[in-house]
Write a protein that binds this ligand. Structure first.
Ligand code: SF4
Length: 94
């Protein structure tokens, strides 16, 4: 099986990030540095490549390959502003 068909078979997830309530604790950027980076001016995390869907709410689709590291980021966020949902929109247990 080629890499592309393998990736297409993997489940898709969506990260939903409520940036407004981020307190800049940085753990997401340490645990999942390919996805999260710190905006030093605003002292908030940015979810790289995400689409803005609300006032300061952001969403990014990821595949299963990146689920664990983002679950870890979500789990360690002290204000729980990172949520992950599956293809049906059901929240993933972190
Ligand atoms: S871990 Fe949570 S509070 Fe800390 S920077 Fe990331 S999103 Fe913000």
């Amino acid at each position: 099986m080629g890499l592309l068909s393998f990736l297409m078979m993997m489940a898709q997830y969506k990260i939903i990030y409520d940036r407004k309530n981020c307190i800049g604790a940085s753990s997401c950027a340490i645990l999942a540095e390919k996805f999260w980076t710190m905006d030093k001016k605003e002292d908030k995390a940015d979810l790289m490549g995400a689409k803005k869907t609300g006032e300061d709410t952001w969403e990014l689709e990821i595949d299963e390959l990146y689920l664990e590291q983002n679950k870890e980021a979500a789990r360690n966020c002290p204000v729980a502003v990172i949520k992950i949902v599956d293809e049906k929109g059901k929240e993933v247990k972190i």
